[in-house]
Design a protein around this ligand. Structure first.
Ligand SMILES: Nc1ncnc2c1ncn2[C@@H]1O[C@H](COP(=O)(O)OP(=O)(O)OP(=O)(O)O)[C@@H](O)[C@H]1O
Ligand SMILES: [Mg+2]
Length: 337
């Protein structure tokens, strides 16, 4: 049996049907992300596990126990929010110790040991006596994390904990959280609307669109095999061609939309030799934009625009207005719904 099970969860706020029969399972020790656009119900689902929101129907099972109606304080779930939610008048050490004191009567020696261990984990040495206001956003989030893990919860819930933190530090914290989660072997659910964050951190991604799960899978599979237009539009960067557009480029009509990643489109100045397993076409260079070491070219085939990524080494390979040739392997043209 899976460690966490959401069974047919429904939740309405008035006429707004926010969670629509959501079922999903999470294995012990995994870090799973709920990824999706704003308002699709990610936080609401997370909150049903924390007990901050009661589903209208359905069940939440944690470690074999139906916790759907259980008192939130007794669920043994740690939650970290976007707002740091630390006690402003308590020091870092007091904030971290707080969860532990609430939870059970432990000998002072063990409390001290545990505090030292988590301060070590989140690298907050020397900050024990600081007040939250004296810390950066990233440091405050590490205090919140320490405060949660010290109680050894069954599951850690993260609701966009890094969205207020600048890009560079954010990446470092993503890796740190992942590392800590792995080393503790703790089960975690991480809510984000940032696909890069989800790709980097997750064992499994559950992609949400309004109130339902659109697709679930390992990051690599979500990236290489989106099943729907929504998934292809949300994860990675895809050319999405209608049946007619795909036919205009390849001469073949699949009767469905087709998604093609720009880095799978090969471009060269002379025609490609014919191959059974690839489509090819002439195209005109419209424009290009640099993305780090990649040049993303917009090519036109008749009235259809298609993007192709070319590794940028030292010279500009193609100029706008130039006729070029493209080739894309059939296996990289994904039929989507
Ligand atoms: N307490 C509430 N009362 C009324 N409507 C609510 C409440 N909480 C959430 N909603 C609505 O439910 C929908 C889903 O909200 P939720 O917060 O779960 O979305 P989300 O996916 O977490 O979005 P975001 O990425 O913006 O945080 C939204 O339309 C929101 O307005
Ligand atoms: Mg939210």
């Amino acid at each position: 049996m899976a460690y966490i099970q959401f069974e047919k969860i429904n939740k309405r706020f008035g006429a707004n049907h926010v969670l629509r029969d959501i079922s999903l399972t999470i294995e012990k020790g995994q870090l799973v992300t709920l990824l999706g656009p704003s308002g699709c119900g990610k936080s609401t689902l997370l909150r049903t596990l924390a007990g901050l929101e009661a589903p209208d129907s359905g069940r939440v099972i944690l470690d074999g126990e139906d916790i759907t109606g259980k008192d939130p304080r007794r669920r043994n779930v740690g939650m970290i929010f976007q707002q740091y939610s630390l006690f402003p008048n308590m020091t870092v050490r007091e904030n971290i110790a707080f969860g532990l004191k609430m939870q059970k009567k432990l000998p002072a020696e063990e409390i001290n040991e545990r505090i030292a261990r988590v301060i070590d984990m989140v690298e907050l040495h020397g900050k024990e006596k600081s007040l939250p206001a004296q810390l950066s956003g990233g440091q405050q989030q590490r205090v919140a994390l320490a405060r949660s893990i010290i109680t050894e919860p069954k599951v850690l819930l993260f609701d966009e904990p890094l969205s207020a933190i600048d890009a560079k530090l954010r990446k470092a914290l993503q890796l740190r959280i992942k590392e800590i989660q792995r080393s503790l072997g703790i089960t975690a659910i991480f809510v984000t609307h940032d696909q890069d964050e989800a790709m980097l951190m997750s064992d499994v991604i559950h992609l949400f669109s309004t109130g339902k799960i659109e697709q679930s899978g390992r990051p690599i599979d979500m990236y290489t095999a989106p099943r729907t237009r929504f998934a292809a539009g949300f994860i990675g960067h895809y050319n999405i061609l209608s049946p007619a557009q795909f036919e205009a480029v390849t001469g073949e009509n699949r009767g469905c939309d087709v998604a093609i990643r720009p880095e799978t489109v090969e471009v060269q100045p002379q025609p490609f030799p014919e191959r059974q397993d690839a489509y090819r076409s002439a195209a005109v260079v419209e424009d290009f934009t640099p993305h780090g070491n990649i040049l993303r070219y917009t090519l036109s085939v008749g009235s259809v625009n298609l993007q192709a990524d070319v590794l940028f080494r030292s010279v500009l390979l193609f100029e706008p207005g130039q006729t070029v040739y493209l080739s894309v392997e059939k296996k990289n043209c994904l039929s989507i719904a």
